[in-house]
Design a binder for this molecule. Structure first.
Ligand SMILES: *Cc1c(COP(=O)(O)O)cnc(C)c1O
Length: 705
């Protein structure tokens, strides 16, 4: 069942109607339209299917002190852990928008939401009554907030009159118009809609009326968790959000060295326009002459991205890198079909590829053939050539990343793309690492036919804790007619909105405008310099797994910490958790090589912050050495017990290091210390308790008082 969560505050919930799965958009919960996005969707299912659902579920676990700890469960299903078990190609989703929608529910609570829904419905009923009393036929008989009106040959005239009133109606077929109301509709709006139909009356009959059957009314309670009952004052709501923000270790506090994620500055000047109503309050299907500013921005940004990538056209439809991959592969598949080569279904993908690559290839129905990694970390060229030859007849293409996920500019890249083309395949270059290339090299010049760009990486859109994003694709001219959603044909759309999440684009556009061409190139140089600075400062303490022939890395590098498992019983998890004590978010763990850490500083970090990070890493190396030397026990040390919380400052202390050493390692600030809200979380316990069970009813009663 596809269902609007706002309507569900009044209507019987899909689960109670026998549905197995419910989906819908949460845009309705306080998220602006933004000319199409971003906004979060939801997907809910019966208990029986929870382990087959894509994505992750917030579950409850306990930490080392036995305190409650919320955590994302079931990461074993994600593409990078077990590719063949991945249930979707989604990586970046819409976490921030989901948070926004949830805050709307937290603030209004079930009673407030129900009152909003009732007001929306009553207005829709009043509007329909007025139209019916004037002789118009309104459908359907039962509705929540949306009706269509039969206007016969007057469709264009009615829509035009509405525009003159400042209102857009929706064209439905040849003879009908659609009208949807929301909580912002006021009597003057309803009267203006009536006027567009030639009805002159005032909206003043305010009795409560329902236009849906009694057995569709909701009977069950919802949003029973105390949090939906304790933030009714704006002051409390503000403090609640502040408390949550304080628990987060975000970019406004410290460098986030997540390799491949490109966690760079999202400047305030770039982000301010996102909330301007000129960008945020536009419906995706307004007549084009009402969105000329958007058109100018999208055209100009597309031209700049073509210039940067060496491609001939850009599609702004995909909402993430992975969706861009899917769209790009659909374009390749369509191209092969148009050439009578529809049987081509083999995709060559290196072992080191991001998990979304094989998952996307699976989604378009292709077979993935994995290419080995050579000793130096590069694509094994002999293996690539052999497999391209073997599958020559059916080769659809290859998916490669440049510079590679190993953080190296592979010098054989043009050979790889040539081999693919020689066998009739098309080349997909994953553009997630564009931060190492902008201004210096272009995927379109090294043989790429199509690439996605992660605007939420290289082009400054913030990650939002897992989205929103924008993953536009650039294509060479021969693929233009095959791009999904292109008006001239090709495959079907990958997003319902023509430009994906366009209200994010002012960020990337103003980034390009403010930096200018030289500035963008300089940013790339500094990003590469910063990564090499870290690699050099940590030399001797941590081994860089892969380097290019000149001994340098690209914009990120992989530190091999696997030897410490043997020498000290220290795992990649222990190091990541210990970095939290020093006030750093963990680097990327176990991607693309299990048991390693991948660090990407970006150009945004100062030398002082890079040094703070290196100091923290070197201090961790000293702690590992103390275990190796037998000066610290293998099971009870600051690494194994990390992260430390304020709970560790009080109560019993039976550890072979001091509280001071535990809580304030080198790199940690004293006054501005980041305190994690939980100690080490029990992962096994968490995966056994998938759904967060609500606190007992007594707590709920107290909170409601
Ligand atoms: C981030 C990333 C992706 C996926 O992009 P999303 O926007 O998260 O879907 C694909 N490939 C690489 C190399 C990446 O780093």
């Amino acid at each position: 069942v596809s269902a609007d969560p706002m309507a569900l505050t009044l209507l019987k919930e899909p689960g109670a109607m026998g549905a197995d799965i419910a989906v819908g958009s949460t845009q309705r919960f306080g998220v602006p339209e933004g000319y199409g996005g971003p906004h979060a969707a939801y997907m809910a299912c019966k208990d029986a299917y929870k382990r087959a659902m894509p994505g992750r579920i917030v579950g409850v676990s306990i930490d080392a002190h036995g305190n409650r700890a919320y955590r994302l469960s079931l990461q074993t299903r994600e593409q990078h852990i077990r590719r063949e078990k991945a249930t979707s190609n989604v990586c970046t989703a819409q976490a921030l928008l989901a948070v926004m929608a949830s805050m709307y529910a937290v603030f209004h609570g079930p009673e407030g939401l129900k009152a909003i829904a009732q007001r929306i419905h009553r207005k829709a009923v009043r509007l329909a009554n007025g139209l019916e009393e004037a002789g118009f036929k309104v459908d359907p008989k039962s509705f929540f907030d949306t009706v269509t009106v039969d206007v016969g040959p007057l469709q264009a005239a009615v829509m035009k009159s509405a525009v003159d009133e400042g209102i857009n109606l929706r064209r439905v077929g040849e003879t009908r118009v659609g009208i949807t109301l929301d909580e912002r509709t006021v009597p003057a709006t309803i009267e203006a809609v009536w006027r567009a139909f030639g009805i002159r009356r005032s909206d003043e009959k305010f009795e409560a009326q329902y236009r849906f059957p009694d057995d569709m009314l909701r009977e069950s309670a919802y949003l029973t968790h105390p949090i939906f009952h304790m933030n009714r004052a704006e002051t409390e709501m503000m403090r609640y959000m502040r408390r949550l923000a304080d628990r987060d270790l975000a970019l406004d506090r410290a460098m986030i060295p997540l390799g491949s994620c490109t966690m760079k500055l999202n400047s305030a000047a770039e982000m301010m326009p996102v909330s301007w109503r000129e960008f945020s309050m536009i419906h995706p299907f307004v007549p084009q002459d009402q969105a000329l500013g958007y058109k100018h921005m999208i055209d100009d940004l597309s031209a700049k991205l073509c210039d940067i990538t060496g491609y001939d056209a850009i599609s702004m439809q995909p909402n993430s890198g992975a969706q861009g991959e899917y769209a790009g592969l659909l374009a390749i598949a369509s191209y092969h079909r148009a050439n009578g080569q529809g049987h081509r279904n083999i995709c060559l993908i290196p072992m080191s590829a991001h998990g979304t690559n094989p998952a996307s290839a699976n989604m378009v129905g292709w077979k993935v053939v994995v290419i080995k990694t050579a000793a130096n970390g590069d694509i094994d060229l002999d293996d690539f050539r052999a497999k391209a030859e073997k599958h020559s007849e059916n080769l659809a293409g290859c998916m490669i990343t440049y510079p590679s996920t190993h953080g190296v500019f592979e010098e054989t890249v043009t050979e790889v793309t040539k081999i693919t083309h020689d066998h009739g395949g098309q080349v997909y270059i994953d553009g997630a690492n564009m931060n190492a290339m902008v201004g210096l090299a272009r995927p379109g010049d090294v043989g790429g036919d199509v690439s996605h760009l992660n605007l939420h990486k290289t082009f400054c859109i913030p990650h939002g804790g897992g989205g929103p994003g924008m993953g536009p694709i650039g294509v060479k001219s021969h693929l233009i007619p095959h791009v999904p959603g292109h008006p001239n044909g090709g495959e079907g759309a990958v997003s319902a909105a023509p430009y994906g999440s366009p209200s994010l684009l002012p960020i990337s556009w103003s980034y390009c405008l403010m930096m200018g061409g030289d500035g963008l190139t300089q940013a790339t140089r500094v990003a590469i310099l910063n990564a090499n600075y870290i690699a050099k400062r940590l030399e001797g303490a941590f081994e860089v797994l892969y380097k290019g022939p000149t001994g340098r890395v690209a914009h990120e590098c992989i530190f091999d910490v696997r030897p410490f498992e043997d020498s000290a019983g220290v795992t990649v998890d222990d190091i990541a958790k210990r970095l939290i004590d020093a006030g750093f978010h963990a680097p990327t763990m176990s991607f693309p090589v299990a048991g390693t850490l991948m660090v990407e500083p970006t150009e945004s970090e100062t030398k002082a912050e890079l040094d703070r990070f290196c100091d923290a890493m070197l201090a961790i190396r000293d702690e590992i050495r103390a275990i190796e030397n037998g000066d610290m026990p293998r099971e009870n040390n600051a690494l194994k017990n990390a992260p430390h919380t304020v709970e560790d400052l009080v109560g019993e202390w039976d550890r072979p290091y001091t509280r001071e050493q535990g809580c304030f390692p080198p790199g940690a600030f004293r006054v501005d210390k980041y305190w994690p809200p939980v100690n080490r979380v029990d992962n096994v316990h968490g995966d056994r308790n998938l759904i967060c069970t609500c606190p007992p009813m007594e707590e709920y009663a107290e909170a409601a008082e």
